[in-house]
Unconditional design. Structure first.
Length: 369
């Protein structure tokens, strides 16, 4: 079975925090290529510490990451994020772990290398009755701070094709209504929207009719989100550089509305995966060239765990030897690459080092090394 490109976010959403997909499935082949980001300096080994994995997140699906909590952020963080323009939502599982384990010998490394970085906030529960309020909590706080939040919209029906992150809305009518609720919470500020990881690249599990209906809903979603907030930037699923060929992925994306400026600002890739930034840049540009559409369509890349590239054996579930990648930023210095984002929060398991979507301090520490 082909590893899904992004196990998209393992766990469906952890009700309201900032983390990302689960493992990354899509292609079993790791792709050789130039190094994306320089290796980070190693940290000294630490003795084993009990309770490495956090308690299960309030959400159900394995891929999802955090969702914003209506109760509000746990605490304000004094340290500025590395990118002054991207927003750090201060109520993620890693923030909670750092707060609760001040004496753990790994805490300083995990806090400085992971917890202080801006990361995406996942919204994955189509049945929630307070979706608009949760989205507004994140976007309003970001606007007040003068920063740009990243939100992941992840509740398409038949999500993950029955895999670890299965779930989503009951049908497309329910999904369309939920998108309206998400849109109502966006406000009027800048926001990066990662729209449905795996929903396009992994659509081959659907019949032709069901695929067409999904793509129509995705195109509508982009129009609704951008219509509600003209400063919202909406990106569509391009899988990753070792999944579908660029021309094939572009053909699917075109059907889903990704070439239309009314729906789309471009594509995203590598969510929950490990492929090197340089490979993703090359691939995303090829997808955009094949996609057509306005010349200003761009791409964003998940660099949260790709510092060492993908493992040669294609393992996607919490593989050993991986490292965090380039810091999140809206200033990549690369043409047509709009941002490097941390969509999958480092330390949240794909399901092998802990329950899908839950935080593992030992895994986070290894990634930060």
């Amino acid at each position: 079975m082909v590893a899904l490109a992004s196990v998209v976010v393992a766990v469906a959403a952890v009700a309201a925090m900032t983390s990302a997909p689960g493992g990354a499935r899509g292609s079993d082949e790791a792709r050789p290529g130039p190094t994306g980001s320089p290796a980070l300096a190693s940290w000294p080994a630490v003795p084993p510490v009990p309770t490495a994995t956090a308690s299960p997140s309030p959400s159900s699906s394995p891929k999802a990451s955090p969702t914003a909590s209506p109760a509000g952020p746990r605490r304000a963080r004094a340290t500025a994020a590395v990118s002054p323009r991207l927003y750090h939502y201060p109520d993620s599982q890693v923030d909670e772990w750092v707060h609760d384990h001040p004496g753990d010998p790994r805490a300083a490394v995990i806090e400085s290398r992971i917890a202080e970085e801006p990361a995406a906030v996942w919204f994955t529960d189509a049945d929630a009755t307070d979706t608009t309020a949760r989205v507004r909590e994140v976007t309003a706080a970001a606007a007040t701070a003068g920063r740009v939040p990243t939100v992941v919209v992840y509740a398409i029906p038949d999500r993950d094709c029955g895999g670890a992150s299965e779930g989503g809305a009951s049908d497309l009518d329910a999904y369309d209504g939920w998108i309206d609720e998400v849109a109502a919470g966006l406000g009027s500020g800048e926001v990066m929207v990662v729209l449905e990881p795996d929903a396009v690249a992994q659509s081959d599990c659907l019949s032709a009719a069901d695929r067409g209906a999904r793509f129509a809903s995705l195109a509508r979603a982009g129009r609704v989100l951008k219509g509600a907030d003209p400063r919202a930037r909406v990106y569509y699923d391009a899988g990753h550089s070792a999944w579908n060929p660029a021309a094939q992925q572009a053909a699917l994306l075109r059907q889903a509305g990704a070439a239309s400026p009314a729906s789309s600002d471009g594509v995203f890739s590598n969510v929950s995966n490990f492929h090197r930034t340089a490979d993703e840049i090359t691939y995303d540009r090829a997808v955009l060239d094949a996609l057509g559409g306005p010349a200003d369509l761009g791409a964003v890349i998940d660099t949260s765990r790709n510092g060492n590239g993908a493992p040669a054996d294609g393992q996607w579930c919490d593989p050993d030897g991986r490292r965090i990648g380039r810091a999140p930023t809206l200033d990549t210095g690369e043409g047509r690459i709009d941002a490097y984002l941390w969509v999958k929060l480092p330390g949240e398991s794909d399901g092998c080092k802990g329950e899908p979507g839950t935080f593992s301090a030992s895994y986070a520490y290894d990634l930060a090394g």
